[in-house]
Design a binder for this molecule. Structure first.
Ligand code: HXC
Length: 290
């Protein structure tokens, strides 16, 4: 049986298998996709890049696109050489939301049997850091997709919005919850009730995104950030991500307890020993992800 420290090291999220992610093993990164492009990037090829590639529909999130995105995510999640993932769209549109044409005639029975947007939130179970690089429209499910990522970088032309109310529905991919936690009640309520969009500058001011770049520089900058992350210890990075995410899911006391356990757990890794020794010896740390 695995010891407690081994289980803690793998982290609670790894104790919960993700059946949807594990089931999809068909494509390798860079494989035969129709709606996305998936490739390895960075000087050490340690960044996974997923580009949504349905330009005629402004990257509307149809079910086959979601399936392909999940397959690429699973491939990068399982590839030990990959330390972080960048998700982007085109310069005009990150994603204009769920595919309204695909969705319009669906029944409650269909939706309730979880057939609508199947596997939509598999991404939230990926333990490697994901950076959203958002140019253009991030609307409805597109905004919610960015919100599921760990870091959001935006191009100067980015527009974020939850316009579902304008087509007679409400956000269904976490918009009322994740957006509200990030930007606060008043702005979230205004966006959800009016369908108005906010600019990259407004999103930055509201804390929805961390940085803004010129449109043509955005993906390069996101890859550079991902490389920085990928050069650190992968196992410790996973613990850090899990700990920050707990801030959105638990009470402060529970979050602090989890953080303390994960902090202590880093002391069972070779990478903590290597990182601290390297500091003392005034050299660069050489992490082995152990
Ligand atoms: C299907 C879409 C689409 C969408 C755009 N298109 N958004 N198709 N679903 N969400 C298609 C258009 O039909 C059109 O195809 C082509 O993309 C270009 O769109 P235009 O409207 O001609 O472009 P433009 O005038 O530049 O306007 C861009 C836009 C607008 C502002 C983004 O397209 C728009 O408002 N889209 C809908 C945004 C939205 O309501 N999103 C929320 C969806 S509900 P054709 O073939 O007609 O030329 C949702 C729920 C999430 O996301 C639930 C959980 C995940």
């Amino acid at each position: 049986m695995a010891s407690l420290s081994a289980l803690l090291l793998r982290g609670p999220s790894l104790l919960r298998p993700c059946p949807q992610l594990s089931a999809a093993r068909t494509y390798a990164a860079g494989g035969d996709f129709k709606y996305i492009i998936s490739e390895k990037k960075g000087k050490k090829n340690n960044v996974g890049l997923i580009q949504l590639n349905r330009p005629k529909a402004l990257n509307a999130l149809c079910q086959p696109l979601i399936n392909e995105m999940n397959q690429a995510l699973m491939t990068f999640q399982e590839d030990p050489s990959i330390g972080a993932i960048v998700l982007t769209g085109s310069e005009k549109s990150f994603a204009a939301g769920a595919d309204i044409k695909e969705m319009s005639d669906k029944t409650l029975q269909f939706c309730y049997s979880e057939k609508l947007l199947k596997g939509w939130d598999n991404m939230s179970q990926v333990t490697k850091p994901i950076i959203a690089a958002v140019n253009g429209f991030a609307l409805g499910g597109g905004c919610e997709l960015a919100l599921m990522c760990d870091i959001i970088y935006a191009g100067e032309n980015a527009q974020f919005g939850q316009p579902e109310i304008l087509i007679g529905t409400i956000p269904g991919g976490g918009g009322t919850q994740r957006l509200t936690r990030v930007v606060g009640k008043s702005l979230a309520m205004e966006m959800v009730l009016t369908g108005d969009r906010i600019s990259a500058q407004e999103a930055k001011q509201a804390g929805l995104i961390s940085k803004i770049f010129p449109v043509e520089k955005l993906v390069e900058e996101a890859i550079q950030c991902a490389e920085k992350i990928a050069n650190n210890s992968k196992i410790v990075t996973q613990m850090a991500k899990e700990s920050v995410n707990a801030a959105f899911e638990t009470t402060l006391a529970e979050g602090i307890r989890l953080e303390k356990k994960l902090f202590f757990s880093t002391f069972a890794t070779d990478d903590q020993k290597e990182g601290m020794s390297a500091f003392v010896e005034k050299r660069k740390a050489n992490f082995k992800d152990n």
